[in-house]
Each structure stands twice: as structure tokens, then as C-alpha cells.
Write a protein that binds this ligand. Structure first.
Ligand code: 6PG
Length: 231
């Protein structure tokens, strides 16, 4: 499913509402909401808008557990940390308690061991995984041509990407497909060719890893849709 919004603010509001609604449904059906957050900058505004929705919904907040789909191998206080972005824009403003937050320890000196540890605490079927997409078609930290794209057993892997910070811990294809729901948010015309490759009838996951989640819920802004030739 692909939905187009007039601009980044409208896209972010829709992503926040999608996440809240998915959380309410998960809570009512299963008594919990296991939410997996994306890194990158795109989700920042959505997190800021989602925070009061969660703060004010005490029952949803009590059922919520927060995880990450990937993390850079940096300390949690680094401005490159996906955890830090979410802590500042969502976790702290929403009053989500520390006991409900399960971060990937990017500071670990052994990323492969941390990927294995994180796999052991990650839920079997997360209720919602939020993802972004890079202009090269990567998602989480699964980059084009990565050996990690062949990982079908482990749900988290240590990877070395082409962009700084290069060392990361990421969901694998096996991890991506474990989610009950996937939300992908993307903004800006620079991602047009990647989006067109995702939406094409056929294509190569190795060239465009975001094709792994082409059946997810895609929310994009009009600038990206127009550049990709999407009405
Ligand atoms: C990361 C993200 C990554 C991100 C895309 C898009 O750790 O960088 O998980 O997959 O979602 O690179 O990044 P922007 O939202 O900053 O364009």
C-alpha cells in the first residue's frame, strides 16, 4: 500500500497516527505493543508527533516496548545514534519508562556478539517495524550488494556499510519479515529512483534492499512521488 501526502509535515502526522492506531489495535488484540523504530532523520517529526499520543494514552504506554531495527556502532550519546534521536524526540517526551526500552548497544566492542544478544531479546513477531529508505534503496542497514542480504536464519547481523558510520547492527531479511506490520516513510525527490525500483513489478533485492518490504505500508510525500512519476 502506498499513500502520498502533500509535504513532510503531513507525512509525519500520518506516520504518527498509523503508529498510534497500530499500537491500539495490538494492545486491544494482544495486550501489548512491540514497536521497532527506524533510524535516520526522516522519522524525527513523526516521533515528535507520536510522543503526546503515547504520553496521554496511559494503557497503550503501559503495554509498549520499544526496539530498534538498526543501530550505528557508536555510543548512545553520539549524535549519530538512532537511540539518541528516539530518546530525545519520542521516549523522553512520551514518558516511556526505561524498563520498556530495549536499545541495541552500539558501543559494544563486538558487534557480532551484540547482534546475537539483541536477537535473543527481540520479539518473535513485532507488532510494527518502522523503516526508512536511503536514496540508494537501502533499508535499516541493509545496503545494496551486502552479504547480509543472504541471511535467512539470524534476525540481526553486524554489517559494514558504505556510509559513515560504516559499522552497524541491523535487522536481516529474516528479521524484517518477522513483523506483523511494516511502515516505511520516505520523503524527498532524491529517493525517486530507489522508490521506482521498489515499486517495479520485478527487480533485484540485492540492488534495492527496500524491495524486501515492498508489500509494507509506504507513506511518501508529494515531492518524492512526483519525482518518481507516481500520480
Ligand atoms: C539508519 C537508518 C536508515 C535510514 C535511511 C534513510 O540507521 O540510517 O536505519 O535505513 O532509514 O538511511 O535515512 P534518512 O531518513 O535520514 O533519509
Amino acid at each position: 500500500m502506498l499513500q502520498v501526502y502533500p509535504d513532510y509535515e503531513a507525512l509525519s502526522a500520518a506516520a504518527a497516527e498509523f503508529s498510534r492506531s497500530a499500537g491500539r489495535e495490538s494492545f486491544l488484540k494482544r495486550g501489548r505493543f512491540d514497536l521497532v523504530l527506524s533510524g535516520g532523520r526522516t522519522p524525527k517529526r513523526a516521533y515528535e508527533l507520536l510522543a503526546p499520543m503515547i504520553r496521554l494514552d496511559v494503557r497503550l504506554r503501559g503495554a509498549l516496548r520499544v526496539f530498534w531495527g538498526d543501530e550505528r556502532c557508536v555510543p548512545p550519546e553520539s549524535d549519530e545514534s538512532n537511540y539518541r534521536l528516539a530518546k530525545e524526540t519520542l521516549i523522553d517526551p512520551a514518558l516511556i519508562p526505561a524498563r520498556s526500552v530495549f536499545r541495541i548497544q552500539g558501543e559494544s566492542p563486538d558487534p557480532a556478539a551484540e547482534a546475537e544478544r539483541y536477537d535473543s531479546v527481540f520479539p518473535a513477531a513485532p507488532d510494527l517495524i518502522v523503516l526508512g529508505m536511503g536514496a540508494d534503496g537501502h533499508t535499516a542497514s541493509l545496503f545494496p550488494g551486502s552479504p547480509a542480504l543472504k541471511e535467512t536464519a539470524r534476525r540481526f547481523v553486524a554489517v559494514t556499510g558504505p556510509v559513515e558510520p560504516k559499522r552497524r547492527i541491523s535487522l536481516s531479511p529474516a528479521g524484517l519479515t518477522s513483523a506483523r506490520r511494516v511502515l516505511v516513510i520516505a520523503s524527498g525527490p532524491d529517493k525517486a529512483s530507489a522508490l521506482a525500483r521498489v515499486l517495479a513489478e520485478d527487480g533485484d533485492v540485492s540492488r534495492t534492499p527496500a524491495r524486501l518490504v515492498r508489500d509494507g505500508n509506504w507513506l511518501v510525500d508529494r515531492a518524492l512521488a512526483d519525482a518518481a512519476g507516481i500520480r
